[in-house]
Design a protein around this ligand. Structure first.
Ligand code: ATP
Ligand code: MG
Length: 319
C-alpha cells in the first residue's frame, strides 16, 4: 500500500431486517436492526478488517443510524475522515424481508437521505489526494452526483500511478438509461480489476459466453477479472492467460447480503498487500463465505486471524 489507502465512494445505510421469512411489510412484523450497511461500506470494512489501509467518502445523517455506521468503520480501522454529516437529511436505510424462495422485498430510503448528499468536501479531496487505489461500486451510480466525484477520484489516482477496481453491480433498470450506460462502459474501460458476479460479466463485457466475455474485458484495460459464483466459489482470470479457480467453502447460508462486497474488500486488500492471486483469492472466498454465516450485511466480515481460523476449520464444498 505504499501509494496510499484503498478508497471507495458511495452509500452508507442501516439495514433493518424481518426476523422471519415472508412477503412484504403490510402487517406489523418483528424486525431486527439497525445493522451497518451499504455496499461500499461493507467493502471498505472488510478491506480494513483484513489489514488493508482503507477509507470511504460518504455521508450520513446527524443521528444514531449514522453514528452506528461511523463507529463500526472506525473501530475496524477504516479512515472515516471523509464521511460528512448532513444536518438536514437522515441516514439512508434499507428495510428487507426475505421471501421463502430466498428473494427479497425492500423498502429503501436512499435517494432522499444523507446517502445521496455525498460531496467533494475538503476532507474528501484530501483523502483522494493521498490514496493509491479506488474501488468503484456499481451501486453508487444510482445516486445522482456521485459519478462526478468518482470521475475526479479516478483522474487524481491514475495521475499518481494508482489503480482502479470496479464491481459492476448496477441495477439492470439503470442501464436502460443511455447516460448511465455510457458511464458504466467508461468504468469498464478504465478498471484494472473487474469483479463481476454471475451474469454481470456478460453485461460488463457486452458479450455472452464466459471465455468470450473475459477476452473482451482484457481487450480493454483490465489485467485481472475476479468472477464471483456464489455458493460455487470464484475464478480469477488474468490477461496473460492464467485461470485460478477457488471452490467455495461449505457453510450454512444464514444471510447472503454482503458476500460479494466482503469478497471484493478482501481480494483488493490482499492484492494491494502484495499477496499472490491464489492467496488473495482464498482469503476473498473465505471472507464471502464467512459473511453469509452471520445475520446482518457486514457482521461476518473477518480479520486476517479470523479468516485464517475459518479457512483452517471449514471444508471446501465438493463440486
Ligand atoms: P451479493 O450476493 O452480496 O450481491 P455477489 O453476488 O456480488 O454478492 P456472490 O458470488 O454471491 O457475490 O458471493 C461472493 C463470494 O462469496 C463467492 O464467490 C463465494 O466465494 C462466497 N460465497 C457467497 N455465497 C456463498 C455460500 N452460500 N457458500 C459459500 N461461499 C459463498
Ligand atoms: Mg450473490
Amino acid at each position: 500500500d505504499a501509494l496510499g489507502p484503498t478508497i471507495t465512494i458511495g452509500e452508507i445505510l442501516v439495514e433493518i431486517m424481518a426476523t422471519d421469512r415472508g412477503t412484504g411489510f403490510l402487517e406489523p412484523i418483528t424486525l431486527i436492526g439497525p445493522y451497518p450497511s451499504g455496499a461500499p461500506a461493507i467493502f471498505i470494512d472488510q478491506c480494513a478488517r483484513i489489514g488493508g489501509a482503507a477509507g470511504i467518502i460518504a455521508c450520513v445523517g446527524d443521528d444514531d443510524f449514522g453514528r452506528v455506521n461511523v463507529a463500526r468503520l472506525r473501530a475496524d480501522g477504516a479512515d472515516v475522515s471523509a464521511i460528512s454529516i448532513s444536518a438536514e437529511f437522515p441516514t439512508g436505510s434499507a428495510f428487507v424481508r426475505y421471501r421463502t424462495d430466498g428473494t427479497r422485498d425492500f423498502v429503501f430510503n436512499i435517494a432522499r437521505s444523507a446517502a445521496a448528499q455525498i460531496d467533494l468536501s475538503a476532507a474528501a479531496r484530501a483523502l483522494i489526494a493521498r490514496s493509491g487505489h479506488l474501488h468503484v461500486m456499481g451501486t453508487a451510480l444510482a445516486i445522482s452526483g456521485t459519478i462526478e466525484i468518482i470521475e475526479h477520484a479516478i483522474a487524481a489516482i491514475k495521475a499518481r500511478g494508482g489503480s482502479i477496481s470496479f464491481d459492476p453491480n448496477v441495477r439492470k433498470e439503470l442501464l436502460g438509461q443511455s447516460e448511465t450506460r455510457a458511464r458504466f462502459a467508461s468504468l469498464v474501460d478504465i478498471a484494472d480489476l473487474i469483479l463481476p458476479s454471475g451474469d454481470e460479466l456478460f453485461v460488463a463485457a457486452g458479450v455472452t459466453g464466459e471465455s468470450e466475455a473475459v477476452r473482451a474485458l482484457f481487450a480493454r484495460n483490465a489485467s485481472e477479472v475476479a468472477l464471483k459464483r456464489g455458493a460455487k466459489g470464484s475464478t480469477v482470470f488474468t490477461r496473460d492467460g492464467r485461470r485460478i479457480d477457488c471452490p467455495a467453502f461449505a457453510v450454512e447460508e444464514i444471510d447472503p447480503t454482503g458476500a460479494g462486497d466482503c469478497f471484493g474488500g478482501a481480494y483488493v486488500a490482499c492484492r494491494r498487500l502484495g499477496m499472490p492471486i491464489e492467496q488473495a483469492l482464498t482469503y476473498a472466498n473465505a471472507a464471502g463465505a464467512r459473511n453469509v454465516t452471520a445475520k446482518g450485511p457486514m457482521e461476518g466480515a473477518g480479520t486476517r486471524a479470523e479468516l485464517d481460523a475459518f479457512i483452517a476449520m471449514t471444508p471446501g464444498r465438493s463440486r
